[in-house]
Design a protein around this ligand. Sequence first.
Ligand code: NAD
Ligand code: DAU
Length: 351
Amino acid sequence: MKTYLVTGGAGFIGSNFIHYMLKKYLNIKIINYDKLTYAGNLENLKFISKNPNYIFVQGDICDREKLQQLFEKYDIDYVINFAAESHVDRSIRDPEVFVKTNVLGTVALLDTAKNAWTLEGEFKQGKKYLQVSTDEVYGSLGKEGYFTEKTPLDSHSPYSSSKASADLMVKAYFDTYKMPVNITRCSNNYGPYQFPEKLIPLVINNCANKRDIPVYGDGLNIRDWLYVEDHCKAIDMVINNGKLGEAYNIGGHNERTNIYIVKTIISYIHDNVDPYVDENLIKYVEDRKGHDRRYGIDPTKIKDELGWYPETEFEDGIIKTIKWYLDNKDWMNNVTSGDYKKYYDRMYKNK
Ligand code: NAD
Ligand code: DAU
């Protein structure tokens, strides 16, 4: 029975990953280690909270002592590090916590795993550390071309620079200590359980509440969207078969402008749910500082080496996602109570 330490498992992708894995494998144990910041929500995992193969431990990846206790208590085979501060706009306002969690936290986790997994100067067999990184480490594309794994790191925001720094530390642990690692760099995810500070759930939530929809700049920035389950499937494949020390890009060639995403959501809700929701809700607002223009992933390596392919077409995934948020209004109301209003007003109403 393999034991997975999943950090940040109460967040958007981490919780989807835990669901995916516990559905796929009956013979694994998952320890979810999460600090439960504003972005972490145990409600995301309520359907599996009693699964005997699932354990939740609240903790910070910067807390070496607590991490060491975990490695002493459990014979951990795989570490999958989702834990991060993940929102670009927050990083522009407050970079420091991004360095703490995303860089120092990653190093604390790498180091604890390295110490626990080393026996007489050698790594024990069958161990692996996977760093969940992002396409944003590559910077921004012009109209042509894609990010490959050979594209130089050229991050711009404090968020993406903290993720790029973490990637370099993971590489250093492979190059220096031969630690068994992989890095995955995925494009924008969408699907259930995403905190509504991110574009897609924010637009759905604002439509549901007939609130203005803020579109940054000219709305023509491009993101490459992937349904979250396809990302989870890729991570599972990289853990099992990824070549040690390698990075893998993950993306399904679903490039869309932001305004296309916004109009698609409005149009679905207008036609199927509430005819009073329409494009009058769109408000063009000041652009994000240093806003990357275009992301586009070349997934050839993970397709050729590991046989990964995305299963959900964007047109199906977006409808599934809109329906999920509208069917789970309690979830949305819970996560948007408390500090969310303060954040929202500060971001969009200059308060
Ligand atoms: P999220 O913000 O929804 O979740 C982050 C989780 O990490 C939360 O549960 C939070 O409580 C936890 N956390 C934060 N700081 C912590 C700390 N110091 N110690 C322990 N736990 C901590 O993020 P997400 O969108 O699920 O992203 C997960 C990972 O995937 C991140 O590393 C992110 O960089 C990467 N990623 C995200 C996307 C995307 O589109 N969302 C795409 C590619 C890569
Ligand atoms: O590319 C992967 C990255 O995708 C991940 O590494 C990040 O963790 C994740 O947050 C996401 O970053 P983005 O900045 O691309 O996502 P976000 O949803 O914040 O914004 C998507 C695009 O929409 C971006 O061009 C900014 C724009 N936007 C966003 C918001 C929240 C708006 O126009 N209005 C908004 O209100």
